[in-house]
Design a protein around this ligand. Sequence first.
Ligand code: ADP
Ligand code: 5GP
Length: 246
Amino acid sequence: MAGILFIISAPSGSGKSTLVNELRKQVTGVDFSISWTTRQPRGSEEHGREYYFTNRAEFERMLAAGAFLEHAEVFGNYYGTARQSLDDARRLGHDLILDIDVQGAAQVRKSMPEAVGIFVLPPRPKELRTRLRNRFRAEGQVNEAELYRRLSEASKEIENYREYGYILINDILDRAVAQLEAIVLAERYYRNGEPIAYRSRRVLEVAAACRQSNSQERLKPVLEAFGIGSSPDQQQFNFEEDPDDD
Ligand code: ADP
Ligand code: 5GP
């Protein structure tokens, strides 16, 4: 494709959608791939805005017809990226962002190894729990079983961070948005020779600092907090509730 394909993955509730929405306010020429899913709409979600909502029979029909670039079952529902998203971005010469899970990302990397992978991490397990709970609340309902299910998947998903070229620790939102913007502009500069004006040196430095190979020091405490890199019997992480934060 003429533009760059960005794959962004993270445990649910880390702030992916927030970051992508903020990025798209700052940077033009970057489209968001609206996935198909069999899950029910949440809160104020609309068909054709956050997702294309469908049923299993229709999803399976599309799958059999080869409509998906990748697909996966996540939290008991199907999710998939339509090839059409890629074709549309290609036609417009835009970059495209896929917000997909680690299984889908692995499929895309196989067919499009040039894709740029960005893995978003929450700063701490407890912060992830708080964000997820806040989001459920904003959507009108805190479903404890679903909350627990998403939290218990988090460290398994995080183990896949090594497959991604860039790591974004979403602690302070403004800083994480600036880092995401820097990654996009730096990739445009390196791949397409696109000028990045007076901020160029700073942008390249910020993006370089987010490369996985340069992120080990910042990553270490986060991975440890999620029980990654320790022996299996130590793989316990603490989503402990604070009595006053609910
Ligand atoms: P995801 O798309 O990864 O599931 P969301 O973007 O829906 O996550 O974010 C989950 C919740 O966390 C939302 O309520 C969002 O407003 C909040 N959030 C996102 N980033 C931050 C941040 N850096 N600091 C505090 N809250 C955040
Ligand atoms: P949610 O239900 O919270 O919107 O998303 C749940 C998970 O599904 C997230 O990890 C999200 O990245 C992932 N997801 C969303 N769309 C797709 C898709 O098209 N393909 C794949 N493989 N995962 C997706």
